[in-house]
Design a protein around this ligand. Structure first.
Ligand code: GDP
Length: 526
């Protein structure tokens, strides 16, 4: 195994949360520990303000920020950590889902006041589909939050995952006194923004009167009971179960006060997975293999209309990626090389000579890539598990300027390659249907088609609520169904048949009326 050393020191992960739970703040603290940034406030919040739905400049600005902060690489305790950023805004949820295909584990931030929120639920569903290992950080303990055990129960129930507390909080809000680390068996006293080591006290024996002195008799008694209860129920963390995505270690803290963060980071580097093996259409690819392979999980358009090039984000899955070496672009069946690949070290974008499994490389692209594309040293396979999810809003794309039809078609094809939206073409009618997760994306599409391709378009709302990809072992039945349901049938960009349902009732009716046809809620891109 040629690259074992490089692979074993890499950890690639994403922080996910419902907006405002503290993802940006926690990211910044991680980077501070990694020495990648010196000052607080350096990580730009990559979120779109709630009221900015029609503010194109805001969208453009955000796109600029999000490319700059898409991947942050830093070193900590000899490990090389790749932190992949995910957009918080729900309209860009699909972007987040795809980023989750490129990481090996996640840290989920939960706000102790709000508990489990909408986005948390959806993001965890995606993690569960992939058995992604999860560490939970319960944030904002300095605010009057929910009861610690109620929170644990709520998270377990709502997210359908077993938890394993690693620390226990002593109160919350203005009475928050700190956390007890069950693994290290030490007490971390809460103080805003101190180096946490300074504030920790080793409590070898919880019955020691020193505990009463530090946090008061009453809280000491409660803590003793809590620890006994938790030790009795949970015991030691089973790291194997964590790696299988079956149990999630939990930490309590306050990101803005940099409290409880280091404890989590130290555990993270101890237990989080190094680059994992990946499934492909042909076989499982091990990170340790000598030969390079990787896939594109995100594409970002250049902001400058004069330079229409894009950046494709490639996750290296095996072997070693090298600058200027020819690789096989499996879908296009052609060999290409990259003279200016760059890395995402947090302070600057540097041209890199090579990259290893777990790394993300930025490749300049003039239109060769779409999401899910695989590069190899010659073997033909695609990485699997990079699905499209059903959009939630569907609109017909109406061309306002017939002279610009070609430009519009090129534009919409490229934008959908980037994963901005999904394109469906209605059977028979040839209507172009755009499916998105949020309204914001339609604005982005309309704006970019005009700015970048000179094509003016409008959208007409369609009464669909879900797209289902169809398969059947009985081709005739499938064709018949599609012909019969022409108004609701379309093909996706890769020519796969799709049923567009008006409502849950219609969908369920069709599912039960057509037992020979399978209705899928996600599609593998390949
Ligand atoms: P994101 O949307 O998940 O990236 O959330 P941010 O990191 O931008 O945080 C949202 C707000 O919560 C900001 O005003 C933060 O200052 C605040 N915040 C983050 N962590 C804490 C915390 O531990 N305690 C309190 N009280 N506020 C916090």
């Amino acid at each position: 195994m040629k690259y074992e050393k490089e692979i074993n020191r890499r950890k690639s992960f994403a922080i996910i949360s419902h907006p405002d739970a503290g993802k940006t703040t926690l990211t910044e603290k991680f980077l501070l520990f990694g020495g990648a940034i010196q000052t607080a406030g350096a990580v730009k919040s990559n979120k779109i303000k709630k009221h900015a739905t029609s503010d194109f400049m805001e969208i453009e600005r955000q796109r600029g920020i999000s490319v700059a902060t898409s991947v942050m690489t830093f070193e900590y305790e000899g490990f090389l950590i790749n932190l992949l950023d995910t957009p918080g805004h729900k309209d860009f949820a699909e972007d987040t889902y795809r980023t989750l295909t490129a990481v090996d584990s996640v840290v989920l931030v939960v706000d102790s006041v709000n508990g489990v929120e909408d986005q948390t639920r959806r993001l965890m569903e995606v993690c569960r589909m992939r058995d992604t290992p999860v560490i939970v950080f319960i944030n904002k303990m300095d605010r009057d939050g929910k009861n610690r055990f109620d929170l644990l129960e709520e998270i377990e129930k709502e997210l359908n995952i077993s938890l394993h507390p690693m620390t226990l909080p002593i109160n919350s809000g203005k009475d928050f006194k700190g956390v007890y680390n069950l693994h290290e068996k030490n007490l971390l006293l809460f103080a805003a923004n101190t180096k946490t080591e300074d504030a920790s006290a080793i409590i070898e024996d919880l019955n020691d009167a020193i505990l009463d002195k530090k946090i008061g008799e009453n809280d000491a008694t409660i803590l003793r009971e809590d620890v006994e209860l938790v030790d009795g129920v949970y015991g030691e963390l089973n790291v194997k179960d964590y790696l299988k995505g079956k149990v999630a270690p939990v930490f309590f803290g306050s990101a803005v006060n940099n409290f409880g963060v280091k404890e989590m980071l130290d555990t993270f580097i101890r237990i989080a997975p190094t680059p994992r093996n990946r499934e492909t259409t042909v076989r499982e690819v091990a990170a340790e293999e000598d030969k390079f392979s990787g896939f594109v999980f995100k594409i970002h358009a250049n902001l400058d209309p004069k330079h229409r090039d894009r950046i494709a984000f490639l996750r290296v899955c095996s072997g070693k990626f090298e600058r200027n070496k020819y690789y096989k672009h499996v879908r296009l069946e052609k060999d290409i090389r990259f003279s200016n690949p760059y890395s995402f070290l947090a302070r600057s974008k540097d041209i890199i000579e090579d990259a290893y499994p777990g790394d993300v490389v930025g490749l300049f692209d003039t239109g060769n890539f779409k999401i899910g594309d695989t590069l190899t040293e010659g073997e033909r396979f695609y990485f699997t598990g990079i699905p499209s999810f059903s959009p939630e809003i569907f609109k017909e794309l109406v061309n306002k300027d017939p002279m610009k039809t070609k430009q519009m078609e090129k534009g919409i094809s490229q934008l959908t390659d980037e994963g901005v939206a999904q394109l469906f073409t209605q059977f028979g009618g040839n209507k172009k249907i755009i499916g998105c997760v949020g309204e914001l994306q339609f604005e982005v599409i309309q704006y970019r088609l005009l700015q970048e391709y000179g094509a003016a378009v409008e959208f007409r709302t369609l009464p669909f609520y879900k797209a289902c990809w169809l398969t059947s072992t009985d081709n005739k039945k499938l064709e018949e169904f599609l012909r019969f349901k022409q108004q609701n049938s379309a093909e996706d960009k890769d020519g796969n048949p799709v049923y567009l349902a008006q409502s849950e009732w219609f969908l369920n009716t069709e599912i039960s009326n057509n037992p020979d046809i399978q209705f899928h809620f996600t599609s593998e891109i390949h």
